[in-house]
Design a protein around this ligand. Structure first.
Ligand SMILES: *[C@@H]1O[C@H](CO)[C@@H](O)[C@H](O)[C@H]1NC(C)=O
Ligand SMILES: *[C@@H]1O[C@H](CO)[C@@H](O)[C@H](O)[C@H]1NC(C)=O
Ligand SMILES: *[C@@H]1O[C@H](CO)[C@@H](O)[C@H](O)[C@H]1NC(C)=O
Ligand SMILES: *[C@@H]1O[C@H](CO)[C@@H](O)[C@H](O)[C@H]1NC(C)=O
Length: 185
């Protein structure tokens, strides 16, 4: 009888230990997935060009409208609420157009998509000696920068500031008047 009592006590301890290990694993998995704050991804999905015109010759210029689809991908298990922001389009490191992004929210594990239209003109450049060469080459390289600042909310009580930076590059092919090689970091 004494031996049996010892054995059932040992078995009971083994169950408790197994339960503790199991519980710890569940908590760890929860902490590493659900409770983790991740930076959302902010980028251009697709970009098209309209009303494009360029001048080739002694006074080179370009004018166009970029119609861009913007995506904000939120991989958190809680919503992301962001502030107003501005997307700046640059040519040769100088701004040639900008678009406003109005504050909003992205639901948990969702990607929000919206469209922006950017008026782009080389008249906004103060100077650029290389513009003629770039236009003659047939491809204009543009880049976009923006920062989206906001907060990720988890389980209604936890909040953490998170921001996301957009940094994309693209080429405008002057022959096809289309965007090529859109890449976002
Ligand atoms: C392009 O120009 C035409 C004519 O000026 C205008 O009707 C049209 O709305 C413009 N497109 C965009 C996207 O602004
Ligand atoms: C955000 O942008 C909207 C629309 O442009 C403007 O009405 C609002 O005042 C802005 N909010 C902040 C906090 O700047
Ligand atoms: C954005 O533009 C695309 C292509 O022009 C269109 O199919 C889509 O419905 C637009 N999305 C929104 C949210 O307006
Ligand atoms: C611009 O002019 C150069 C030289 O005349 C020519 O080779 C090139 O094809 C032109 N480019 C465009 C986009 O018209």
């Amino acid at each position: 009888m004494k031996g049996e009592g010892k054995r059932s006590k040992a078995r009971c301890l083994a169950y408790v230990a197994a339960f503790v290990v199991f519980q710890t694993a569940i908590i760890l998995i929860f902490a590493l997935t659900v409770m983790r704050f991740r930076s959302p991804k902010f980028r251009f999905g697709a970009v098209t060009v309209e009303n494009f015109s360029t001048g080739n010759g002694t006074s080179p210029f370009f004018d166009m409208k970029l119609m861009a689809q913007v995506t904000v991908k939120n991989t958190n298990f809680g919503h992301f609420k962001y502030e107003n922001s501005t997307i700046i389009i640059s040519y040769a490191g100088m701004p040639v157009g900008e678009a406003a992004v109005v504050k909003g929210r992205v639901r948990a594990r969702q990607t929000k998509k919206f469209n922006v239209t950017v008026d782009i003109s080389s008249r906004k450049l103060s100077s650029n000696s290389n513009l003629g060469n770039d236009i003659a080459s047939g491809v204009l390289s543009l880049s976009s920068q923006a920062k989206l600042s906001g907060k990720v909310h988890l389980m209604k009580v936890l909040k953490k500031k998170k921001s996301s930076e957009m940094s994309c590059t693209m080429g405008i092919n002057l022959g096809t008047r289309a965007v090529q090689d859109l890449e976002c970091k």
